[in-house]
Ligand binder design. Structure first.
Ligand code: ZN
Length: 405
């Protein structure tokens, strides 16, 4: 094919609608998986890929048929992220994966140096991490980004089994996250009202959510109106609904993914997470006006997106699932303005108090998260007593800035 023909075909391909016929599903995938993937959309190719590792102890084997099962699950999950990115206006983009010629996902299988019981949920991460790092040091071409998902097969003992998987690490640690594998971890059970169906939502939804953390995402909830329409955000309690009930990604989530390394389109040569120039917030002011909280501030520094998350105290990790995400910060010459209607945050205790539905006074906080072009995030958190919010202004208890989100 000559260059001219290639250019014409490429241009034609760009005009094609994003339909199922545009995507080939591997022949060896199960019938159920083929049906689930029938409405697949064609994805934008990525510059970097998620590292997917299957790690097991030296006395156990990977769970049966793991390459096909996990490939089907990952392709489905990649589609979920892409469809949500597309719905939020970012195009058919998802985390990139390295694929094998047969259509399976290129899973890096590593046998650990120790028996499986040496890599437990509590404290196993360090040992696994060291062996995975040693593997990447010996095979640098296999490390395709900063982001790594590590799957481990369930233990089989008095407590754990394929019917009650566990024993292994299952959490996120920075840009590494863990999930587990078991015999029925299979797309054919998705959405089924059966024990295997419910188990799949728990562990597949869990993997989808943990992967989100590994791709830089904090917890968040949607506004009251959005949740009524779209269901539960994956980075809220969506790990319990994924596959069973409507589950979605908020626009705030998609903005972070827009500058997450494995979502970068081919040709985007950004050195991800390399910068060290914080965004600072000056002179924040919070007032009540026309049934809404109005936050004004000045932001200094470079950033592509700014998200705001509002919540009740405490602010500790895993006590922040209910924080409501907003993206409509108006910006002009560094001056920023955000309006948070009380209706949108109706589920927060503070909002109930402001609406006169609840007497108890409490502490609230707003996190302003700045997303830079290289994916680095900086947060400025302001905290206040809900009871102190007035039309004239609000005294802050604390204004705190930190790297990350
Ligand atoms: Zn979480």
């Amino acid at each position: 094919m000559n260059t001219k023909t290639t250019i014409i075909l490429t241009a034609l391909a760009a005009l094609l609608p994003l339909t199922a016929s545009a995507v080939d599903i591997p022949q060896h995938f199960s019938q159920e998986a083929k049906a689930r993937l029938a409405d697949s959309i064609r994805l934008a190719p990525t510059e970097h890929q998620l590292n997917i590792v299957y790690f097991h102890g030296n006395d156990v084997e990977p769970a049966k048929d793991y390459e096909r099962r996990l490939s089907e699950l990952f392709v489905y999950l990649q589609q979920f992220y892409a469809k949500e990115m597309s719905r939020n206006g970012f195009g058919p983009r998802s985390f990139g994966m390295s694929m094998l010629p047969n259509g399976n996902v290129d899973i890096i299988t590593i046998q650990g140096s120790l028996p499986h019981k040496e890599y437990p949920y509590s404290g196993g991460h360090g040992k696994v991490q060291r062996e995975v790092a040693a593997y990447f040091a010996a095979h640098p071409e296999k490390r395709r980004s900063h982001h790594t998902l590590i799957l481990m097969p369930t233990w089989h003992d008095a407590e754990y089994s394929d019917a009650n998987p566990g024993g292994v690490p299952f959490y996120g640690v920075g840009q590494t996250c863990y999930a587990l594998d078991y015999a029925d971890f299979d797309l054919r059970h998705l959405g089924q009202d059966t024990p295997q169906g419910h188990l799949l939502t728990k562990w597949f939804g869990g993997m989808a959510h943990e992967l989100g953390h590994g791709l830089n995402l904090p917890h968040n909830n949607g506004t009251a109106q959005e949740m009524k329409e779209l269901g539960t955000p994956l980075m809220g309690a969506g790990n319990y609904t994924f596959g069973m009930k409507p589950t979605y990604l908020t626009k705030a989530t998609c903005r972070i993914l827009d500058r997450s390394e494995t979502f970068a389109p081919v040709g985007d040569n950004t050195a991800f997470y390399a910068s060290n120039s914080p965004v600072t917030v000056e002179n924040p002011q919070l007032k009540m006006k026309d049934g809404a909280l109005v936050l004004r501030f000045r932001a200094n520094g470079n950033f592509k997106h700014v998200n705001a998350y509002i919540q009740d105290a405490p602010f500790a990790v895993n006590q922040d699932y209910e924080k409501v995400a907003f993206t409509d910060v108006k910006r002009k010459n560094g001056e920023c303005l955000l309006r948070i209607p009380l209706d949108a945050i109706a589920a927060l205790d503070g909002a109930k108090e402001l609406r006169g539905e609840k007497a108890q006074k409490g502490v609230g906080g707003i996190d302003l998260v700045f997303v830079q072009l290289d994916g680095t995030r900086y947060t400025c958190r302001v905290t206040f007593n809900w009871a102190d919010i007035t039309a004239k202004g609000t005294p802050f208890l604390e204004v705190k800035s930190f790297k990350g989100c």
